[in-house]
Ligand binder design. Structure first.
Ligand code: HEM
Length: 618
């Protein structure tokens, strides 16, 4: 194997690795990579995607940035233009975002589940685990001397906490190459995460080959390991009741906790559902491939099923999920999706397989349209019960209790998301981490992270995205409603002080879509980078083991409705466009009316030849 410095991407000596071993920093600071083979498929650890720079694309490698960072002295968050402190994050959150639970009549909860699943592919848990598990004390005396503690102050006239008397929200800094000890502290903080940067279903297959081999593969029929409990198929579970990750399981009755290659599947309610479905979907594909190609080995079945599963996830993100928020025509116009359905090859080896730090950051806008409840329905569409979504975090056991999984599955395409309307659900803004933290406002944390990441002011991103310079609050007319401009004027002294996320919260939706334009811009910037920088991009005809035109045409048929028909519990009827609520032009129908992938397109003629000759073996 060859050793690379995770930060710089250059090779390092065994001696240097030993130093990292001694300092206990090898996991984060070093990538150990087997030599690349240009003809092999996508590696689980993301390495060798770029053949010139093999470690780029692997886990814990640096983010890119759409715009360079700005910090104050000692890399602390920047000040206002006049040198004073910027307004408190909690104050901005309560001033700019109203609180309420208003169900969307358009988008389903399923759309939000898929959105968060897409985010989970490229981020990791540790920044949040840090303040839930390791540093729950940032608001206490002890927090004052801990560099990692950056709690958020609550102003005395806070609309909620003027009554409770609470003045502090726990939070820690993002981990960086500097905080971990990979590089010196006198450089600009560079965030570090354990996921691979490209969209490759990290939540299902993990980020390291060893974990996939140990925890994932069944080594039979190309399948992932699975268990059956009460007639339902699950990923394997941790053998002990007391496993650390499913902290919110209510014992003794709730014991299930997925033992997947990575722990992400156990985190949020939406991620958990999607993980169960995509885990099963791998095996669904493997079985179909094995039926068409009885001569294929376990390895061949596994790798092809994985490649198809990833392609299905990508097809659904790009062609079904995001168009409902962004507008199909906008995405075609901006070159994110192709209307022709054929191959598409925009690969450029000079663009590194990286994620912009802005991308997962702005995805936090989706917190504003997360409904606080998971509603459950039976298969005939009768409402049964509900549970606060914040109580499902780190609680896989609840999904396995009684028929909850069936009811949540049915609910996912019947319940609305929260409306796109400048309001956020009160559970998200007051108790975001459920029983795991006494108080938490996810969106205050989001705004505070905006500053810790050192993002340039909103006006600079407007210029980056749309080319227009914003010099005064009045220049915001047209992009932001007048009453919200008035609030911005009240809370910020200068237009240059407006934080990126604060403005995204109040921007008017883009024409032809339902999302803030700057959010759209920074998301599609990354969606395009994915296609350009990923040598294994599923639409490419020139990649190792590329799909044939006929196979790609089958992938194009993938929809979330078909996926739920194939692997969702009790799903026999669903609306064809299941990210949108059922209704006119999108009536519920029988699953057999919903088109799916025909695996005959993967038929391998050599299997027939083999089976012909096998008759003459004796
Ligand atoms: C039950 C609902 C949800 C809960 C409890 C939740 C919780 C959290 C928490 C605790 C954080 C870390 C905040 C911090 O930086 O300190 C976070 C970040 C984030 N959330 Fe959510 N979230 C929810 C829904 C969603 C949804 C629907 C999306 C969809 C896109 C989403 C996307 C993100 C992203 C992209 C981040 C940033 C992650 C990172 O950069 O590490 N979340 N969320």
């Amino acid at each position: 194997a060859i050793y690379y410095d995770s930060y710089s991407g250059s090779t390092i000596t065994a001696e240097r690795v030993k130093q990292h071993d001694k300092a206990n920093t090898t996991f984060w600071c070093v990538n150990e990579i087997e030599p690349c083979d240009p003809n092999e498929g996508r590696r689980v650890d993301g390495s060798c995607n770029n053949l010139q720079y093999p470690s780029r694309g692997a886990s814990h490698t640096p983010f890119a940035r759409a715009l360079p960072p700005v910090f104050s002295a000692n890399f602390e968050p920047k000040k206002a233009a006049d040198g004073s402190d910027l307004p408190l994050a909690r104050f901005l959150r309560t001033s700019l975002v109203s609180v309420g639970r208003i169900p969307s009549q358009m988008f389903t909860a399923l759309a939000i589940h898929d959105f968060v699943f897409m985010s989970a592919d490229i981020v990791s848990l540790h920044d949040t685990v840090n303040y839930i598990v390791w540093k729950p004390y940032c608001c206490a005396e002890r927090g004052k001397t801990d560099y990692m503690c950056v709690p958020n102050q609550i102003p005395p006239d806070d609309p909620v906490h003027r009554f409770s008397g609470q003045r502090c929200l726990n939070m820690t800094r993002p981990e960086t190459f500097q905080t971990i000890g990979c590089i010196k502290n006198n450089t600009s903080p560079e965030r570090i995460v354990s996921s691979t940067p490209l969209l490759d279903l990290s939540v299902i297959y993990g980020n390291a080959l060893q974990s996939l081999l140990r925890r994932g593969r069944l080594f039979e029929g190309g399948m992932l390991k699975f268990e059956e409990e009460n007639g339902r198929i699950w990923p394997p579970k941790y053998p002990t009741n007391g496993h650390l990750i499913c902290l919110s399981n209510q014992r003794p009755q709730e014991t299930r906790c997925h033992l997947m290659p990575e722990d992400g599947g156990n985190t949020l309610g939406g991620i958990n559902l999607m993980s169960i479905w995509f885990w099963r979907h791998h095996n669904f594909i493997a079985k179909n491939l094995a039926a068409v190609n009885p001569c294929w080995t376990d390895d061949k079945l596994f790798e092809t099923a994985r490649d198809i599963n990833i392609a299905v996830a990508l097809q659904i993100y790009y062609y079904e999920l995001l168009p409902v928020f962004f507008g199909y025509d906008n995405m075609v116009k901006d070159g994110v999706i192709t209307p022709t359905g054929g191959f598409r090859d925009v690969y450029d080896p000079n663009v590194m397989p990286q994620v912009s730090l802005e991308y997962p950051f702005v995805l936090r806008w989706v917190h504003t349209i997360q409904n606080g409840l998971i509603k459950m329905y039976d298969k005939d569409g009768y409402y049964m019960k509900q549970v606060p979504v914040v109580n499902l975090t780190l609680r896989t056991g609840y999904f396995a209790l009684d028929d909850n999984l069936d009811l949540m599955t049915q609910g996912s395409f019947r319940q609305g998301s929260d409306n796109v309307d400048y309001t956020a659900d009160f559970d998200i803004t007051e108790i975001g981490l459920g029983p795991q933290q006494y108080l938490s406002d996810l969106m205050t944390s989001d705004l505070a992270k905006n500053r810790l990441f050192g993002f340039q002011p909103y006006v600079k991103y407007r210029e980056f995205c749309f080319g227009n310079k914003v010099k005064s609050f009045d220049d915001l007319h047209g992009s932001i409603d007048p009453e919200r401009i008035e609030i911005l004027k009240d809370v910020y002294k200068s237009v240059e002080d407006i934080d990126l996320l604060a403005a995204i919260w109040v921007e008017k939706p883009l024409r032809g879509g339902y999302a803030p334009p700057t959010f759209y811009c920074l998301v599609i910037d990354q969606l395009r980078r994915n296609m350009v920088s990923d040598r294994h991009w599923y639409e490419r005809p020139n990649r190792p083991n590329a799909f044939t035109a006929a196979q790609l045409a089958e992938i194009r048929k993938a929809t979330i409705a078909r996926l739920l028909c194939d692997v969702g519990d009790t799903v026999t009827r669903i609306q064809p466009r299941a990210f949108l609520k059922a209704g006119y032009n999108n009536q519920m129908c029988n699953c057999n009316e919903i088109n799916g992938i025909n695996y005959a397109a993967w038929k391998d003629a050599t299997c027939e030849v083999e089976s012909f000759w096998s008759k003459f073996v004796y």
